[in-house]
Ligand binder design. Structure first.
Ligand SMILES: Cc1cc2nc3c(=O)[nH]c(=O)nc-3n(C[C@H](O)[C@H](O)[C@H](O)COP(=O)(O)O)c2cc1C
Length: 202
């Protein structure tokens, strides 16, 4: 049985549009072990010099506080490594990704653990995974240079070796009720189409 890591980052929890779409997509997938992490309900601290220092610390000189930081990051990395599929709810807040998601990314980007440096540049170590991203936005950005989220999330996941990434967008949610209804219906239709090949392959 496959493992799905379901990451939500809406400040509205299960009620967020991105969370709802991610949940609906998972319900369309073949039976799997689903691990859910609500990054807004259980936020990670910002990465600071102390925490980053813990990532770099040598076992022989590591102090208990650094070990605790490392344990927390190691657990997040183990959870990510164990997943075959990552399903990410991605709200847009103030033109970017939720800061809680950024904090998560900062805790799983670990040199020598999730990526490594080579003579040819950085190489991601989390290969063989698929990611599905459910992006919810009040306005319209998809396909324009103003959509900085898509490039950033794709770049970050690719940096870790996760190259197979599909996005589903629900946009214009704040424009009008009609726009919201139509956009959510289109996103639901897209997620069903994306889930179908997974069901056929299962
Ligand atoms: C604090 C906050 C900031 C927002 N900033 C933007 C924004 O910059 N651009 C936009 O199109 N929509 C923005 N919105 C609207 C959200 O993208 C929209 O409500 C979306 O549904 C959020 O995803 P969620 O429902 O999963 O939380 C913002 C909403 C909130 C609450």
């Amino acid at each position: 049985m496959k493992t799905i890591l379901h990451l939500n980052s809406s400040i509205f929890g299960d009620g967020g549009q991105s969370s709802r779409l991610a949940k609906e997509f998972i319900s369309q997938l073949p039976d799997a072990r689903v691990v859910t992490r609500d990054l807004a309900a259980r936020p990670l601290p910002h990465l600071d010099a102390e925490r980053f220092g813990a990532f770099l610390s040598k076992p022989e000189t590591r102090i208990p506080a650094q070990q605790a930081v490392l344990n927390e990051s190691d657990a997040l990395v183990a959870e990510l490594k164990a997943a075959d599929t990552i399903v990410l709810g991605l709200p847009m807040y103030n033109f970017g990704v939720p800061s809680q998601l950024k904090a998560y990314f900062d805790h799983v980007a670990r040199a020598g653990v999730t990526f490594k440096y080579t003579e040819k540049g950085a190489v991601g170590l989390l290969t063989g995974k698929k990611a599905y991203v459910f992006a919810a936005r009040g306005g319209l950005y998809q396909g324009t240079p103003r959509d900085t989220q898509t490039a950033y999330v794709r770049e970050f996941l690719g940096f870790l070796g996760i190259m197979d990434v599909q996005f589903v967008y629900a946009e214009g949610l704040a424009i009008s009720e009609v726009s919201k209804t139509q956009s959510l219906a289109a996103a639901q239709s897209s997620l069903r189409s994306l889930a179908q090949p997974e069901r056929i392959a299962a």
